[in-house]
Design a binder for this molecule. Structure first.
Ligand code: KG4
Ligand code: ZN
Length: 336
């Protein structure tokens, strides 16, 4: 069968990325231009600044991806780009560029759901992985427990009702004065702390619910820090980081294992920026082993936003007969 070369473009938040992926699973190049240093000053992503920066760099990022993959534009068979969810101005930059490319090359175009892209990162990392399986997607904007029935068929079992897991990490890190993005900083600091030092709450919600809630936990951490400050007590930041992280990781792990058992899935995959978390990986790995469940996660470079995962998801959409027309708009709150 002829190889299918896909160019993927991602610009939903603060990373401008372009990748060339062969047959959905083989990465020929994956260029990521991060804006983190720019947004750091503001303690979070500033949407207007993000859009402008995407416009500035996208042409060079695409050029670099083509050169690194050692192909020419004529070799491209399919163009894939994120069309939601994300920041509308940021999304429009990558999406418009991709549609322009499809028009000028006269090649098919497919819009990709960013969350489905995160899931597809696992197909790149694990060549043998095939649906069905259970996927826990945890990122700065999303926390979803999804039954992946087929490459393009998903059933959402649960989602966060308020903050995403990564958002909670970022807000707690800010309160601890650690900087942005907070996830990796808390991950590192927690290694030096006692995770049982503070007993922060875990929200289980109703019986058998696979939904999540992290805003109560976030408020509990902020209240704890305020109380300690007001009473002049010493705050051990590493203990707070470790205790907060234990609550997040335990609730994610418990619900993922329960869902796998209920839906008789013998494989769990992790995806999204928070999938880079060492404690979450280790805990899920251990619990899956105990239950005889296979456990997969992508390398860190494929956990956070990148275009290779978008190209991979685009490939599977195309194979399933899903293509988009060039009138496709950006959808900031697109659901999976
Ligand atoms: O998937 P992603 O790059 O962007 C979204 O689609 O949201 O995820 C970014 C999120 C941020 O909240 C960041 O703090 C978190 O992933 N993150 C981590 C770690 N690395 C990144 N959270 C916990 N531990 C980490 N090691
Ligand atoms: Zn993402």
């Amino acid at each position: 069968m002829k190889d299918l070369i896909v160019i993927g473009i991602e610009s939903s938040c603060d990373e401008t990325s372009c990748a060339i992926v062969k047959n959905g699973r083989e990465v020929l190049s994956n260029i990521i231009s991060s804006q983190i240093d720019i947004h750091k000053k503001f303690g979070g992503v500033v949407p207007e600044v993000a859009s402008r920066k995407h416009v500035e760099v996208i042409s060079n990022v695409v050029k670099e991806a083509i050169e690194k993959a050692n192909i020419s534009f004529e070799d491209i068979d399919l163009i894939a780009a994120t069309y939601g969810p994300g920041l509308v101005g940021a999304l429009l930059v990558g999406l418009s560029y991709a549609k322009g490319l499809a028009l000028s090359l006269n090649k098919p175009f497919v819009g990709v759901n960013h969350i489905e892209g995160h899931i597809a990162a696992n197909y790149i990392a694990h060549k043998e992985l095939e649906p069905p399986y259970l996927c826990l997607i945890v990122s700065g904007g999303h926390t979803h427990l999804v039954l992946v029935k087929d490459y393009t068929e998903f059933e959402v079992l649960g989602r966060t009702r308020d903050d995403a897991a990564g958002e909670a990490y970022d807000k707690v890190a800010r309160a601890l004065g650690l900087g942005y993005p907070g996830g990796p900083l808390i991950d590192a600091l927690a290694k030096e702390g006692d995770e049982y030092a503070v007993d922060f709450p875990k929200a289980y919600l109703e019986d058998e619910s696979f939904d999540f809630s992290f805003s109560g936990l976030k408020s509990a951490v902020l209240n704890y820090l305020n109380k300690m400050q007001m009473t002049g007590k010493e705050i051990k930041r590493e203990d707070v980081a470790a205790s907060f992280q234990r609550s997040v990781v335990e609730i994610l792990t418990e619900k993922a294992i329960l869902a796998a058992k209920k839906y008789k899935m013998n494989t769990i995959c992790l995806a999204g920026g928070v999938a880079a978390n060492s404690k979450l990986r280790d805990t899920l790995e251990k619990e899956c082993k105990k239950e005889g469940i296979n456990f997969y996660y992508p390398p860190i470079s494929l956990c956070t936003d990148n275009a290779a995962m978008i190209a991979s998801a685009g490939y599977f959409n195309y194979k399933a007969g899903l293509v988009s027309n060039l009138g496709l708009n950006a959808y900031p709150s697109l659901k999976i």
